[in-house]
Design a protein around this ligand. Structure first.
Ligand code: C5P
Length: 231
């Protein structure tokens, strides 16, 4: 299972996404986020699937268990390959999400958890969320809850992959953004690693946005990521 490069298609319209993907001969695994999904609706997922792409739908659900279960049933019907929830929604919510995702034949998309958003600082966690434990411990505990609920893995930095695997097993997936080809600008990411380094650290999937989407030759940048990470 796993070891793939997922391209973060952070575009604002379907037209832009298709224009971008038409530049590839391959059919890469793509990540669709809230902006595009809310703008274009489920049709964007249907179309990408029809074109032969695997789809990680990054909507980070967080609501009462019953609502999440029903929403996940819809996403499973759309045949997404991977989707996610906030572990903060509780183990009960994560279990409900899994129930909703599981199809009659027992198959289901992969489900991964967001532990703490990387945009949340220790100070914000203490003052706004009233959680007064060190970030590292909170992230580790939330990842453990996700595993207990039966989820497949977590989103984390490649630098955190070794600790997650050590604590929760090699089979518990780490899906890792914060990846840059050597020489590319870090942009707003504070800690970045190359695809080769992510491989060395044991990431299962890397999520790459701007190093591919903003490249002069996106297909060549994608091939470089594949070669470094999967080769
Ligand atoms: O362009 P870049 O490679 O930084 O894009 C990374 C993608 O991964 C974006 O879609 C971003 O929202 C997402 N992401 C992230 N950090 C997280 C979770 C998701 O960068 N902790």
């Amino acid at each position: 299972m796993g070891k793939d490069v997922i391209i973060a298609c952070d575009f604002s319209s379907a037209e832009e996404v298709y224009g971008f993907l038409d530049r590839f001969q391959a059919r890469p695994y793509v990540k669709i986020g809230m902006e595009l999904f809310y703008a274009e609706g489920p049709q964007i997922v249907r179309e990408l699937k029809q074109r032969g792409h695997k789809v990680f739908l990054d909507l980070k659900l967080h609501d009462i268990p019953n609502t999440v279960e029903k929403a996940m049933r819809v996403l499973s019907g759309l045949d997404v390959d991977m989707c996610n929830v906030h572990a903060a929604g509780t183990r009960k919510m994560m279990e409900a999400a899994l129930r909703g995702l599981t199809r009659e034949d027992g198959s289901r998309p992969l489900l991964i958890a967001v532990t703490q958003l990387t945009s949340t600082s220790q100070e914000q966690m203490e003052h706004d969320l009233l959680i007064d434990q060190p970030m590292e411990q909170v992230v580790a505990a939330y990842a453990e809850h996700a595993k207990e609920a039966g989820l497949d893995g977590v989103v984390c930095s490649p630098l955190e992959s070794p600790a997650v695997h050590q604590r929760l097993g090699q089979g518990f997936l780490t899906v890792t953004p914060g990846v840059r080809l050597a020489g590319d600008a870090a942009g707003d990411q504070s800690r970045v690693t190359t695809p080769a380094k992510a491989k060395e650290l044991g990431s299962d999937y890397i999520v790459v946005g701007r190093s591919i989407t903003a490249a002069e030759d996106p297909a060549a940048a994608y091939e470089r990521c594949l070669k470094e990470f999967c080769g």
